[in-house]
Design a protein around this ligand. Structure first.
Ligand SMILES: Cc1ncc(COP(=O)(O)O)c(C=O)c1O
Length: 443
């Protein structure tokens, strides 16, 4: 076969060997961002007319690029919402890249789409939704929220007269992506004041509801504090006024896989859409957000694209491009499907229960440690605490020192106007004892 871009097969072997070692050995917790000034002299000249060659480019990747990234997949990475992809998911992701599947429509990716849909059905079943449910994997929770809200407004617009300005109702603890989506859609945001734990009730939402609201967004694991809103109460309000109820579970809805935790999401069966990111707490690599609609046909009305060059696409099958703002896509849900198919749903539930138990052990340890004050949690797997006698500057310095040494990635956040530390555990390999040893250095 003619090959305009020949590539050495021994280099291919090297790349695969590196990939294998990386998956088996895991990430280096001392890696982290480098400055532009440090990176530019090494990477700046990498694009040339003749090419630098595969070996030199791969050396740059393993020796410069990878060490200049934050190891979110390491068990000591407990800030933001990290990631904990299984070895199965990582290995499979490499194979998926090689397969080069177009998964925007059924014609291009039938087998892959069918498998992705198996994984989406598992989530829909956990939510208690029936056969009309379906969706698609998009790049992340931000896009998932936007696409769900676009479908919601389209659905509501079909029901009657449109107000001058649409509005979405959400918690004051809603993720920043809800505001970002509202800005893209040019709609207002009505915030509901959460309680002490960061949760909003149906009654609190009812108190601020206005007739121009088209959707309510419920947190199923608020990013900063782990709160799960009163989904049942919000569903009551949604049903009273024919509103779309969307569940932002990008981080926390993964916990629905744990039978012990599932009841905190009561009422989700009455929601219209949900998102959950497998790249957060469902042991899959970047980037994937499962976007699922209770009645997928509503989303197809909003998102389906038509163009003459697309007339040949078989419309009788499931076309993922109909369910979000995209056309071409990789089958980004497949590493999640592979990991779930490999290990089974029971192992998934157990792994999530393990992380919740780890969060509880850490919270208990903090509570017992003189010099530390446990402020909240764990809510799902988020813990907020503060050192009693430490200035904000000392907190920043402590966080930076431990990040650099690779002992712990634990960064400050703000809670009720105060600088505090936040831990968010998504990795079943995180060791509570190790974390508490490091936290002792705060006292
Ligand atoms: C609750 C919640 N929603 C949405 C997002 C955005 O997800 P992504 O970063 O995948 O766009 C996050 C990210 O942490 C989140 O925690």
């Amino acid at each position: 076969m003619k090959n305009v871009f020949p590539f050495s097969s021994s280099l291919m072997t090297d790349i695969l060997a590196w990939t294998r070692n990386r998956i088996l050995g895991g990430q280096d917790p001392t890696h982290g961002a480098q400055s532009f000034a440090a990176l530019e002299p090494v990477l700046g000249g990498s694009i040339t007319a003749e090419g630098i060659g595969g070996a030199a480019a791969f050396d740059l990747f393993k020796d410069v690029i990878v060490p200049s990234t934050r190891p979110f997949g390491h068990p000591t990475s407990l800030s933001y919402v990290a990631s904990a992809p299984s070895q199965a998911a990582l290995s499979f992701d490499a194979a998926l890249g090689a397969a080069g599947i177009f998964a925007g429509n059924w014609d291009g990716g039938a087998g892959a789409i069918h498998a992705e849909n198996q994984a989406l059905s598992w989530l829909a079943d956990l939510a208690g939704w029936g056969d009309t449910a379906g969706g698609v994997f998009v790049a992340g929770g931000t896009l998932g929220n936007l696409c769900a809200l676009h479908a919601a407004r389209d659905w509501k617009s079909r029901q009657g007269p449109r107000p001058q300005r649409w509005a979405v109702l959400c918690s004051g603890e809603a993720h920043s992506s809800i505001r970002a989506a509202a800005s893209v859609m040019d709609v207002d945001v009505i915030e509901v004041t959460p309680d002490e734990t960061g949760r909003i009730s149906g009654q609190a939402a009812r108190d601020v509801w206005q007739p121009n609201v088209f959707a309510i967004v419920a947190n199923a694991g608020a990013t900063n504090c782990g709160a799960v809103d009163d989904i049942s109460g919000l569903a009551d309000l949604a049903e009273e006024h024919d509103l779309w109820l969307h569940i932002d579970g990008a981080y926390g809805l993964a916990a629905i896989a744990d039978p012990q935790t599932r009841p905190v999401f009561a009422g989700i069966d009455r929601a219209h859409s949900l998102i959950v990111d497998p790249h957060k707490w469902l042991f899959a690599p970047y980037d994937s957000c499962a976007l699922v609609y209770r009645n997928a046909a509503d989303a197809a009305n909003a998102h389906g694209q038509s163009a003459v060059y697309l007339d040949a696409v078989d419309k009788t099958h499931w076309n993922p491009s109909d369910y979000a703002l995209h056309l071409t896509r990789r089958a980004r849900g497949l590493p999640f499907w592979y990991s779930l198919a490999t290990h089974g749903t029971t192992a998934y539930g157990e792994a999530i229960a393990t992380t919740i138990a780890t969060a509880q052990k850490i919270a208990d340890g903090i509570d017992q440690m003189e010099g530390l004050e446990l402020l909240l949690g764990p809510q799902l797997s988020v813990v907020l605490f503060r050192p009693k006698d430490m200035s904000e500057q000392m907190m920043e310095e402590w966080a930076e020192e431990n990040r650099r040494s690779g002992a712990l990635l634990c960064l400050p956040t703000t809670w009720h106007g105060q600088k505090v530390f936040r831990l968010c555990i998504v990795n079943p390999d995180t060791d509570a004892k190790d974390v508490l040893e490091t936290l002792k250095t705060l006292t």
